[in-house]
Design a protein around this ligand. Structure first.
Ligand SMILES: O=P(O)(O)OC[C@H]1O[C@H](O)[C@H](O)[C@@H](O)[C@@H]1O
Length: 557
């Protein structure tokens, strides 16, 4: 009898143990092995990993997953009671446990006339009433019936907000902004607390015809309050009109705090409200999207919501193994937790989507950048990876070298647009078409090279390479038929639900951001020192910060 058979404790089966052992086995296989050229098994695997959702196509076949991986990942998701937790989310249960409230951003995009899940009805009714109010404001602006304090009709909207109150609307404005619904309305975004984005606008815009939007869920964020104060000071000085009068004509407020908007002097008719159960980074669907609606029209804004709602329905109804946000989530968690890939690049192959990486940075990292679980215990493994990225074709000339031949393993999402409608004909259309083909070809080539490395290079050319391509960088390709409001709404909602599913797998709360708060408190004390004010809470001394403060004070004399 072999004694060691008895002395070695058998490993208990849990989905996590199984995934761990499976990851160890799979490390021996490269992506080239999995993709496997033209053999039937490889073809079937690739086919099983491709999905169509409306006019979005998602290809996960260049991820380091086999059929067995996916089946184990689904076991894991089920063992975390994913379906039950998804139901709780849509039923308005207090899934944001640390802040003791629901997370009902889906209510803001629920269509009129469609029965909402039990528990979400009241939220839907509230959101629809606000959407109607928003539509009325947009109509008034587009009819040139919104007048500034001097009686001139408004031509420009300056949207002032930061984080979730800026990134979403700015992204949609940039991606779809080439066709504003009204030529006479220009929309501009200001977020940075230093006033640097405001100054060029102050030089360029007409104070008589500029409308400010103060977008802030909490209505307390210093960045936004200071920018609004500067903008109102500009208007007041330029027009020689007092600030309270200007607030009555040239300021819209969007917040959860109607009381604070009123206190600030914003008339009720110019207030748009949303509720605490919509997190900042999930708020593009709420009246935070006001500037998008003002730039692109209510019809386009509604299409954005429709695209997102279609994903809600898919997320609710599709079986887990065909559920695209679930697949995005489990594959992402597999990469981060089991394959130890610490960073994830977002690479849009369309310059109009330049803000997508920044949007997803907030969405994913602020949501799941946590290491304390819902059980208040330390999570013993990696959670959200570092999300970063840039416009793919430009990034090819910057950081792709490291991705191809550096020493880090990185996962990536390539996002490309298959066709564009620019309404141009003749030779200009031909050259633009050629540019689009070039961009798509580059996207496919890079995705293939990331995955296969040297194996992507035809055998005849291989010997000529000075250095090999490492390959084995897992990546997904998300193809949009065209860049329109529906597709953008659907894309963002896919990532939102991906984030939720990952939070379930990692057992963290994706709907709070306690880590952000401390930095703000420390900055307040240092600000008081720079302003020469009495300091409420003295900062802890360290020689670096102390010396930097002195240097700044000396240089600002
Ligand atoms: O909309 P506000 O309340 O002004 O908040 C703006 C941003 O502020 C904070 O830094 C939070 O971390 C973000 O989640 C939020 O989106």
């Amino acid at each position: 009898m072999n004694v060691s058979t008895f002395s070695k404790p058998a490993r208990v089966y849990t989905p996590l143990n199984a995934l761990q052992s499976h990851a160890e086995q799979l490390q021996a296989k490269s992506l080239a092995d999995l993709l496997g050229g033209e053999c039937q098994v490889a073809k079937r695997r690739a086919e099983a990993l491709r999905f169509d959702l409306g006019s979005l196509h998602l290809d996960f076949s260049k991820q380091r997953v086999s059929e067995q991986t996916l089946s184990l990942l689904m076991d894991w998701a089920r063992s975390c009671r994913l379906e039950e937790r998804r139901e709780a989310l849509f039923a308005g249960r207090h899934v944001n446990v640390f802040e003791n409230r629901p997370a009902l951003h889906m209510a803001a995009r629920w269509p009129e006339g469609e029965p909402a899940p039990q528990g979400m009805e009241e939220a839907v009714a509230f959101c629809q009433a606000q959407r109607q109010k928003l539509a009325g404001m947009v109509e008034r602006l587009h009819a040139r019936q919104w007048f500034g304090a001097t009686g001139q009709s408004i031509t420009d909207v300056v949207h002032i907000g930061v984080g979730g109150s800026d990134l979403g609307p700015k992204l949609v404005s940039e991606t779809l902004g080439q066709c504003p619904s009204q030529q006479h309305v220009g929309v501009h975004y200001v977020s940075s607390m230093d006033g640097a984005q405001l100054l060029p606008l102050i030089e360029r815009l007409n104070p008589e015809t500029t409308l400010l939007v103060l977008a802030s869920k909490s209505f307390t964020t210093a960045d936004t309050q200071f920018n609004v104060k500067t903008a109102l000071t500009w208007l007041s000085e330029a027009l020689e009109i007092d600030v309270p009068t200007l607030c009555g004509h040239q300021l819209i407020g969007v917040s959860t705090r109607a009381d604070k908007m009123t206190e600030f002097g914003i008339p009720e008719a110019h207030q748009l409200e949303f509720k605490e159960w919509i997190g900042g980074r999930f708020s593009i669907w709420s009246p935070i999207g006001v500037s998008v609606a003002m730039q692109l029209g209510m019809e386009t804004f509604d299409q954005l919501l429709e695209g997102a709602h279609a994903i809600d329905q898919h997320f609710l109804a599709a079986p887990l193994h065909e559920n695209v946000p679930v697949l995005m989530a489990v594959i992402g968690a597999w990469n981060s937790q089991f394959l130890n890939i610490a960073t994830h690049a977002v690479l849009p192959y369309d310059a109009r989507m330049a803000s997508v990486p920044a949007y997803l940075q907030q969405l994913e990292m602020e949501s799941n950048g946590k290491s304390v679980g819902l059980d208040q215990k330390l999570v013993p493994h990696a959670t959200c990876p570092i999300i970063w990225g840039d416009v793919g074709p430009n990034a090819q000339h910057a950081f792709y070298q490291l991705l191809h031949q550096g020493s880090h393993t990185v996962s990536a999402d390539f996002i490309a647009v298959a066709s564009r409608e620019h309404g141009i004909e003749g030779p200009l259309a031909d050259t633009l078409n050629a540019q689009e083909h070039l961009t798509l070809a580059n996207c496919l080539a890079q995705s293939q090279l990331f995955a296969l490395g040297d194996d992507a290079i035809p055998a005849v050319s291989r010997g000529q390479m000075a250095q090999g391509y490492r390959g084995n960088q897992p990546n997904s390709v998300i193809l949009m038929q065209r860049l329109d409001a529906w597709n953008i709404g659907a894309l963002l909602a896919l990532y939102e639900h991906k984030v939720f599913v990952q939070s379930v797998l990692w057992n963290v709360n994706p709907f709070d951001q306690p880590g952000v708060e401390l930095g703000k408190k420390l900055a307040t004390s240092l600000y008081q020192q720079l302003e020469g004010e009495p300091v409420d809470t003295p900062t802890v001394f360290d020689p670096s910060t102390g010396a930097l403060l002195e240097k700044i004070q000396a240089w600002r004399q």
